[in-house]
Design a binder for this molecule. Structure first.
Ligand code: PMP
Length: 364
């Protein structure tokens, strides 16, 4: 069977070159005589993979020396608990901006551990979460231990169009659905975290990038697996790490470096997103419900306005080799996730299909 264009929100497409390299290494990696999947995480070969994955990510994201990089497990959702356990260190209070389901979940989890305030929310927008709240420094409590945001909202197709000014309060961002899609100034954040299954690797790996001074302040009852200090001291190998995912992540980071780094990645991603948004803006069959200035470059949401037509769209698109376009169950409509590995021709094919579908299914 031929490969399709997979618009899934994650796990999602990986670069073909990376899959081909992984296929070559699958049975026997280098001179090791075994697959990475069979290797001890304490072996020389694996330690080399782990260290070069970190080195490549540091290059890709231009991560300053005073930040630690961790390769963890448990998905971004585990960080919803790990962040308050580690960072509610001084005043036991933190502020959250709620711009979608994941930031809401993060705030709900954090409430178990301290005094959490919702500094701003776009839940009340029409449609809900179709924009990003504007904030100023005055919206945050001066004694907050940190401020938390979700930089790109996978479900609603919105993205922060600015980095909130939190003054001296560390800013923590969930970048699960936009990591390594474009350059980001790491020094503006106290901590960044991401589940890897969208732009980085198969599911099973979580990346944490944290400023050194924020490590080492976890609550005494923090589980060892969630204590950043423990993970830093053990080089992300307090227990068995997700070896295969780390190997795949390394291949993806090296692929990005080989194409010209995040500037080139951004150029490609902007081109893909504008092909889709330009089409959406030039017709009136489909509606893109998101506030224009907050549009995500990774997740493009659109609707026909008729639930039956939306359903037919997703079904017929799948038959045409354009898979997983059904919107999130809480939003409906369609969502095209066009992460790094989605080729431009996938987006061109999608727009061709959208035109054809609109012609063949006039609204009554
Ligand atoms: N944050 C964002 C922005 C996400 O898109 C997701 C998953 N789609 C999560 C958090 C939860 O991630 P995980 O499934 O890795 O726990």
């Amino acid at each position: 069977m031929e490969r399709v264009y997979n618009f899934s929100a994650g796990p999602s497409m990986l670069p073909l070159e990376v899959l081909e390299q992984a296929q070559k290494d699958l049975i026997c990696y280098g001179e090791s005589g075994m697959s990475v999947m069979e290797m001890s995480h304490r072996s020389y070969d694996f330690e080399e993979i782990l260290h070069s994955a970190e080195e490549s990510l540091r290059k890709v994201m231009d991560i300053p020396q005073n930040y630690k990089v961790l390769f963890l497990q448990g998905g971004a959702s585990t960080q919803f608990a790990a962040v308050p356990l580690n960072l509610l260190s001084e005043h036991k209070c933190a502020d959250y901006i709620v711009s979608g389901q994941f930031s809401k979940k993060a705030a709900t989890e954090a409430k178990k551990y301290g005094d959490i305030a919702i500094a701003a929310s776009s839940a009340g927008a029409t449609p809900t979460f179709s924009t990003i709240p504007e904030t100023t420094k005055a919206d945050f409590r001066p004694d907050a231990d940190y401020v938390h945001i979700c930089f790109n909202n996978t479900i609603y197709g919105t993205k922060f169009h600015y980095i909130p000014d939190t003054g001296n309060i560390p800013l923590v961002a969930d970048i699960s659905s936009c990591i390594i899609s474009e350059p980001i100034d790491v020094s503006k954040f106290g901590m960044l975290y991401a589940g890897a299954q969208k732009n980085v690797a198969p599911a099973g790996l979580t990346i944490v990038i944290i400023r050194e001074d924020l490590v080492g302040n976890a609550r005494p009852d923090t589980p060892a697996m969630l204590d950043y200090k423990n993970m830093v001291e053990n080089d992300s190998m307090y227990n068995t790490p997700p070896c295969w995912c780390i190997y795949m992540a390394k291949l993806v980071f090296d692929w990005i470096l080989s194409i010209g780094g995040l500037e080139e990645m951004k150029r490609r991603n902007e081109r893909k997103a504008s092909i889709l948004y330009d089409y959406l803006d030039g017709q009136d069959y489909y509606t893109a419900p998101v506030d224009k200035k907050c549009r995500s470059m990774m997740n493009v949401v659109f609707v026909t306005g008729d639930a039956d037509l939306d359903k037919k769209f997703a079904t017929e698109a799948a038959k045409a080799g354009l898979k997983n376009l059904k919107g999130h169950r809480s939003v409906g409509g369609m969502r095209a996730s066009i992460y790094n590995a989605m080729p431009e021709e996938g987006v061109v094919k999608l727009v061709e299909f959208m035109k054809k579908f609109a012609m063949e299914n006039p609204k009554l």
